[in-house]
Structure formats: structure tokens, C-alpha cells
Design a binder for this molecule. Structure first.
Ligand code: ZN
Ligand code: ZN
Length: 363
């Protein structure tokens, strides 16, 4: 399997971002990304997909959109739509219908910034996801690199601090969202977790100062989605787009916060008598399974089964766990950075199913 670093969920001048597609691609090349997925608000921008290269490096730019009902107040229910290959914003009013239409077109849908509280200080509304009764979506954005600001800022001074020292911002996914993800998984659903940057590269005026806050290149080095594909990228747009979307659809990926230390090389697999499962895979468990976790460096790691901690390791690099219990297994890793223990890696689950039980519901 090939590991590719994907940064998804970003805005250009076609919505409320400040960069053009070409500028963003240039920043992505400098940041060493393999794939970027642009998602402007309620507009599917056409004609920008393809490879950008500089020297020996290249980055694949793909284009989806972030859809929400603009007539709704507050403007909740943001959905990342990827791979539908048509304009889907006209269906924003009914989230379930939108999700079903995206599926019909072979696309993917991820609930964006599911918990995004109001920030009264700056007249920002709560734009969390509201319609949790929806079904058949691909997954959710477990960690949003930009909206985390609304969760951590409590004063103007605090906002100014993070504008100048953005490296202090990221702490990890909201505990409430992790709990909701656990509940969805425990209900027998397959829900893929991705990390999104929500990069806008906003230009702000602060007194006499003009500053670009949270620029694209900053976001590209922070919360990324690392995907696994069976083959390396070929250079052919259609082939590679399909491969990237297949990995995201299956959940063959993990969320990595790459700023404290690169998360490349993280692996979580399960070996059973019937084969090896990677993150996102489902296996029928006959006998026992050996779960293996390999970390890029020694750190703290925990294994979670059906939402409950089953084992934790302190400063380990290789962790193993043998089980004969079916369940949904996933891994979380923490890292010490800038004086705090912060979230570092969040794997998608491995689904170990009892022989007689029905398959997990594929969205
Ligand atoms: Zn949004
Ligand atoms: Zn966004």
C-alpha cells in the first residue's frame, strides 16, 4: 500500500478564501503534499483539476464543494461533497436528499466541522451540523484545522495570540465529536473520519497592521488525511482521482496532525487467519486477530474498541494486542508539543465481525 498525504477542505477566491487555485497548488507543492481537494462554498469550480509540478515534485489538485443551505439561519449543516462531478449546491435545502443524490453520482459526502459553536466575540454563529438523523453519508470531518479556533478562543487577546502564533492552536478533535463518532460506529455504521484544514488564508486588518492569518501553507503542514492506495499515483487524472476517492470511501486513511512531527509511517493492521485488514477494512473474525500499531516515533497510544479504551501504551513505538473479540477497533495517539499533550493521530477503525453477524452498514 502507498501512503499519500491529502489536504482537503479549502476555499479559494471563488468563495471566501483569498488564494487562486494556482497559488494554492504552489503552496501545496512547497509543503510536500500529494493531493489537495478544493471545496468552495456552494460552487463546484470546473477546469482546475490536474497535476501541478515544480522540479521533481508534483501535487494532484481535485475539486469538490462545501454545500449548505444559504437561506437557513444560522447557516448550519455544511457538507463536503467530493467526486459527484456535478453542481450539487441546488440540493442544499434537504441534507438527506443531497446525500442520496451524491451517492447516486458515485460521490462522497463528509459532514464538515460537525461541532462549530458560536463565537459571540466576533459575531460568529453556531454552524454545527444539526440534522443527525441523516444516513448513508460517507463520514465526518473529525478534526477541522480552522474551526477549532472557535472552540479554543475566549477573548480578543486570545484570538490575536493564535493569529500570530497559529502553531499553538491545534489540540485535537472535540471530545463531544469523538463520543458521537463512537456512538455511530457502535450502532453498526461505517463512518469514515477525515481531517480537514478549512483553509481560507484570510487577510485581516488589525489597527495599522495587515496580516494573513492561518495561511494555506500553515494549514498544509498541520491537519492532514493520510490515505493508503494499492498503487502509486500514475500521473493520469482519472485513474488517480478514482484511487484517491476509493481510499477515502473505504476509510483506508487516518487523520494526522503533522506539525509537531510528521505522522507518515503510522500503521494499524489486524492479522487474522483470513488475511490482513488495514484501517477501514472489515474482516470476519474466526479465531483470533493480532492488532499491530506502528508509530513514527515513541509516543502515547491507546486502542479503543466499540468506544471503550482497551489498552494504552506510554512511550511506545510498536504496540500489539491479540483478541478473539469482534468489534470496531481504532487507535488514538497523543504527542507532547508546546507544553501540552495534543492529539496527533486518529486512525479509521478496523471492523472485526463475528462470523454469523451481518456486515457493517456501508454508507
Ligand atoms: Zn463550513
Ligand atoms: Zn469550509
Amino acid at each position: 500500500m502507498q501512503e499519500l498525504i491529502v489536504n482537503l477542505h479549502m476555499h479559494t477566491v471563488y468563495s471566501d478564501g483569498t488564494g487562486r487555485h494556482a497559488d494554492i497548488a504552489e503552496q501545496a507543492l512547497k509543503s510536500g503534499l500529494d493531493v489537495i481537494i478544493v471545496t468552495d462554498h456552494n460552487v463546484w469550480t470546473q477546469g482546475f483539476e490536474g497535476y501541478h509540478s515544480k522540479g521533481r515534485r508534483r501535487v494532484l489538485m481535485l475539486v469538490g464543494e462545501e454545500v449548505h443551505d444559504q437561506a437557513r439561519q444560522p447557516q448550519k449543516n455544511h457538507l463536503l461533497v467530493i467526486g459527484a462531478e456535478s453542481e450539487m449546491a441546488t440540493f442544499a435545502r434537504e441534507p438527506q436528499r443531497l446525500i442520496d443524490l451524491v451517492n447516486q453520482r458515485g460521490g462522497l459526502s463528509f459532514i464538515a466541522h460537525p461541532i462549530d459553536p458560536a463565537l459571540k466575540l466576533f459575531n460568529e454563529d453556531d454552524i454545527s451540523w444539526e440534522d443527525w438523523e441523516v444516513d448513508r453519508y460517507t463520514g465526518l470531518e473529525l478534526w477541522n484545522g480552522f474551526s477549532e479556533l472557535k472552540n479554543v478562543v475566549d477573548s480578543r487577546l486570545g484570538a490575536l495570540f493564535y493569529a500570530f502564533f497559529p502553531q499553538y492552536l491545534a489540540h485535537g478533535p472535540e471530545p463531544e465529536l469523538l463520543a458521537r463518532w463512537n456512538d455511530l460506529l457502535a450502532g453498526g455504521r461505517r463512518v469514515v473520519a477525515v481531517g480537514g484544514s478549512d483553509a481560507h488564508s484570510l487577510h485581516k486588518r488589525m489597527g495599522l497592521l495587515r496580516k494573513t492569518i492561518f495561511p494555506y501553507h500553515f494549514h498544509f503542514q498541520t491537519v492532514n488525511t493520510h490515505i493508503f492506495t494499492p498503487d502509486p499515483l500514475t500521473g493520469d487524472l482519472q485513474t488517480d482521482r478514482n484511487m484517491v476517492y476509493q481510499a477515502l470511501r473505504r476509510g483506508n486513511c487516518f487523520v494526522g496532525y503533522d506539525l509537531p512531527a510528521p505522522t507518515n509511517g503510522f500503521r494499524f493492521t489486524a492479522q487474522t487467519s483470513s488475511g490482513t485488514a488495514w484501517m477501514g477494512d472489515e474482516l470476519v473474525l474466526e479465531g483470533s486477530a493480532t492488532l499491530q500499531i506502528r508509530l513514527p516515533m515513541e509516543t502515547d497510544c491507546r486502542l479503543i474498541k466499540d468506544g471503550t479504551l482497551v489498552k494504552s501504551w506510554h512511550r511506545y513505538q510498536i504496540c500489539t494486542y491479540t483478541t478473539n473479540e469482534p468489534g470496531v477497533y481504532r487507535v488514538e495517539c497523543l504527542i507532547s508539543y508546546l507544553g501540552k499533550n495534543r492529539g496527533w493521530i486518529y486512525s479509521n477503525p478496523i471492523y472485526l465481525r463475528a462470523p454469523a453477524s451481518s456486515a457493517f452498514t456501508t454508507n
